[in-house]
Design a protein around this ligand. Structure first.
Ligand SMILES: NC(=O)c1ccc[n+]([C@@H]2O[C@H](COP(=O)([O-])OP(=O)(O)OC[C@H]3O[C@@H](n4cnc5c(N)ncnc54)[C@H](OP(=O)(O)O)[C@@H]3O)[C@@H](O)[C@H]2O)c1
Length: 235
């Protein structure tokens, strides 16, 4: 069987880098997407065998298009896309949050996955059992905030939760609209990375369990779902 080819965005550090490490350990060819050439090349060199750096800034149509051309020229197809690149936002209270603050977060967390998914669709359509994993968050779940016990764990804020809720709906609609491509959202769980300022009670390995599982599904796997490492997550 042909080797599996996967692309992970925002993979020079954190959950993305760990995802690349684990998928490459399966013998896959893994394209490590990073917006900064030096950081990306260093991470790819450290991870070694099976890992190929691809320069990719998810906020730039030109950068995404160039990355898709590079992958097309070198590999001619893509089996797995992990839309992982994401940014957090300061926990500004809702009444003080401006539209510009939301725009900056949405540009990466929402428009980024749209740019990348769209540009790589022709390559995914040539892939084997193609699948897309959207790295979302439990903070994008309206059901979570509807439970007062869980809502009490995070202060009210707009940008990050709204961006991940939007990503969840993108997932549901792509799953309906893309024939033959399985599209799922995952909540990694609270994991110590730069995005959390080093807080979080999970290891990187635990934080990537759901990503790895959904990246590895076959033709009989789910689509249009939302999962964490323990199973289904309520939208
Ligand atoms: N950690 C958690 O507890 C947690 C929980 C739920 C969901 N998540 C989600 O998991 C994903 C990974 O987060 P993380 O915790 O691993 O954070 P991280 O360590 O801060 O990594 C974020 C990655 O995204 C990249 N990135 C940011 N803007 C980008 C852009 N415009 N183009 C390309 N890459 C860009 C960063 O690159 P630079 O180094 O160049 O900035 C970095 O590689 C995010 O989508 C996040 O929302 C994390």
């Amino acid at each position: 069987m042909a080797e599996t080819i996967a692309l992970v965005t925002g993979a020079n550090k954190g959950l993305g880098r760990e995802t690349v490490r684990r998928l490459a350990a399966e013998g896959w060819t893994v394209l490590l997407g990073a917006r900064d050439r030096a950081r990306g090349e260093q991470a790819a060199a450290e991870l070694g065998r099976g890992v190929v750096f691809v320069e990719l800034d998810v906020t730039s149509e030109d950068s995404v298009a160039a990355a898709a051309r590079t992958v097309a020229d070198r590999f001619g197809r893509l089996d797995v896309l992990v839309n992982n690149a994401g940014v957090g936002a300061p926990p500004t209270i809702p009444e003080d949050t401006t539209a510009d603050e939301l725009r900056a977060v949405f540009d990466v967390n929402v428009l980024g996955p749209v740019r990348v998914t769209r540009a790589f669709l022709p390559l995914l359509r040539k892939g084997t059992d193609p699948r897309v994993v959207m790295v979302s968050s439990g903070m994008g779940s309206i059901a979570v905030y509807a439970d007062p016990r869980l809502a009490a764990l995070a202060p009210p804020m707009l940008a990050y939760p709204a961006s991940k809720a939007a990503l969840n709906m993108l997932t549901a609609q792509y799953a309906r609209g893309l024939d033959g491509i399985r599209v799922n959202a995952v909540d990694p769980g609270y994991t110590a990375t730069d995005l959390t300022g080093g807080a979080g009670f999970q290891t990187l390995e635990e934080g990537t369990d759901a990503i790895i599982r959904l990246a590895s599904i076959g033709a009989d796997g789910p689509t249009g779902g939302f999962f964490d490492r323990n199973g289904d997550v309520a939208w």
